[in-house]
Design a protein around this ligand. Structure first.
Ligand code: AHR
Length: 510
């Protein structure tokens, strides 16, 4: 049995909880759109051709904003193809696929409205530039009386879409990107595009593209150069981070949140340096607009070459990773990292939403179900409100290859006047962990609920939810939670390799 102590106080607030931390991502890629959210002819299809079963799961997952329509896809995308009555079929060379453009901006916006999510729209700065980005913005957000806004109205949408958050391209630092650029080339283009877009609609927020991952050879210098060009024009800079379990190194994988903390800290430092150097009084947020567990090594080494040498398909099965218990624990831990860093992280998007490295899976003409990673996301997005409180951790530790010595406990805490919520991870793959929570600075009245996700009976950490066994892994009630009579201390026993959520009713202020 391992031990840890967690101290929290209402006097130490990291930041208010932003619902935008719980975003997701729909890319025109693989089966994310076609046979994912959209499948006319499916038994549950709505009149508009969207899958009701998937929509119900999206509502339960509870994302706040959804990045659209890519990803690598956006860097070859002509937005005009996806509006109006004529929808040309095009090659999508980013993913060696065929795009029918059956679902476009209008259809997606209607779906987003029914899902209760805000759209975060990306523009193409790979093959296109200022004019096309400004035109899409005018089409989307200008009320009426210009050719583009009138065209939107003629296409059935009287009121503007009112899209507030816009990404200036995607992963432009990556040689895999269509229209890949140097930091200098991209920084100039992003700055000029940002300037014009804000002239078209000054109410928008812009996200400039940061590094595709912390291992990029240009990481750091990319952010610095791009921000030197754009700092006074943009509101956020993106950060993309994917993690996977490498053979024989579960320990490092379980500590992925430590890697994300460091990545966020490094980008935050560059933001501060550039804004100080430029004498700017603005705050630039970090938009972690692609993050997840993704078995990318497998994709790059095994699946990618045959994909690009193979047939062109409209809905190829691309990166449909099946997630196990360890993956869910890591997703929970990455959410904890995002909460912990919410003084710097302005938004975050779990990449992606359906089928493509996704918490929701669906089969064509078949069922939709929750992957293991669905649960930490849904429960965190639904329970995290009020403020993120600073949490002091004293924990037993373990050694990792990638991240040095790491606490076995990972934790974040949110609180409203009514509720205190603990998000907890036990990184030990072998033993439970007894956690003492010091609530003297945030006393509680009672335990409202406590749930935990860990290996099902038999202890198989590779257990997953599949089309044939859709409910193998799910959270269960945690019984080992006790609260002291005066409400100033609690004890929780966290199962080995687990993600847990404990909701406490807060004591009313005297
Ligand atoms: O999410 C899958 C892909 O990962 C996206 O298209 C790209 O932006 C990233 O490399």
């Amino acid at each position: 049995m391992f031990h840890a102590r967690l101290s929290i106080t209402r006097d130490d607030i990291v930041a208010p909880v932003s619902p935008r931390l719980f975003g997701s991502f729909v890319e025109h890629m693989g089966r994310s759109v076609y046979t994912g959210i959209y499948e006319p002819g499916h038994p549950t299809a709505t009149a508009d051709g969207f899958r009701q079963d998937v929509l119900d799961l999206v509502r339960e997952l509870n994302p706040s904003l959804i990045r659209y329509p890519g990803g690598n896809f956006v860097s070859g995308f002509r937005w005009e193809d996806s509006v109006g009555p004529d929808r040309p079929t095009r090659l999508d060379v980013a993913w060696h696929s065929v795009e029918t453009n059956e679902v476009g901006l209008h259809e997606f916006a209607d779906w987003a409205e029914s899902a209760g999510v805000e759209i975060m729209q990306a523009v193409n700065l790979g093959t296109r530039g200022i004019a096309e980005a400004a035109a899409l913005l005018e089409y989307s957000n200008h009320p009426a009386g210009t050719a583009l806004s009138d065209q939107r109205q003629a296409n059935g949408r009287t009121e503007p879409f009112g899209i507030r958050v816009w990404c200036l391209g995607n992963e432009m630092d990556g040689p895999w990107q269509i229209g890949h650029k140097t930091a200098e080339e991209y920084g100039r283009l992003a700055a000029e595009t940002a300037r014009v877009m804000k002239w078209v609609d000054p109410t928008i927020e812009l996200v400039v593209a940061g590094s595709s991952n912390a291992e990029m050879p240009t990481f750091g210098s990319w952010e610095r150069t791009v921000l030197e060009h754009t700092a006074e024009l943009v509101d956020h800079i993106s950060l993309h981070a994917y993690y996977e379990e490498k053979p024989g190194d579960l320990g490092s994988f379980l500590a992925s949140g430590v890697g994300l903390d460091r990545f966020i800290g490094d980008v935050a430092q560059i933001i501060d340096e550039v804004t100080v150097e430029q004498g700017l009084d603005t705050s630039i947020g970090i938009s972690v607009d692609e993050w997840n567990v993704w078995y990318q090594t497998r994709f790059n080494e095994v699946d990618k070459e045959p994909l690009f040498a193979g047939d062109w398909n409209t809905q190829p099965r691309l990166i449909e990773d099946e997630y196990n218990v360890s993956d869910a624990v890591v997703v929970g831990s990455l959410l904890i990292s995002l909460l912990r860093n919410s003084d710097r992280v302005s938004m975050a998007n779990l990449a992606q939403l359906v089928n493509v490295i996704a918490p929701i899976r669906s089969e064509p003409n078949g069922p939709a179900w929750r992957q293991t990673t669905f649960f930490p996301f849904a429960l965190t997005a639904t329970a995290a409100h009020g403020d993120v409180l600073a949490a002091t951790i004293h924990s037993d530790t373990y050694d990792t290859r990638e991240h040095g010595t790491v606490d076995l406990l990972d934790a974040a805490v949110t609180a409203t006047d009514e509720e205190i919520v603990l998000f907890l991870v036990n990184r030990s793959s072998s033993d439970p962990l007894t956690l003492e929570v010091d609530l003297a600075g945030a006393p509680a009245d009672s335990v409202l609920s406590a749930q935990s996700l860990f290996a099902p009976e038999g202890g198989d950490r590779f257990a997953a939810n599949t089309v044939d066994h859709q409910n193998t892994v799910h959270p269960v009630d945690l019984t080992d939670v006790t609260l002291a009579d005066d409400g100033t201390a609690a004890t929780v026993v966290l199962p080995a390799l687990s993600w847990s959520i404990v909701r406490l009713a807060a004591k009313a202020a005297a």
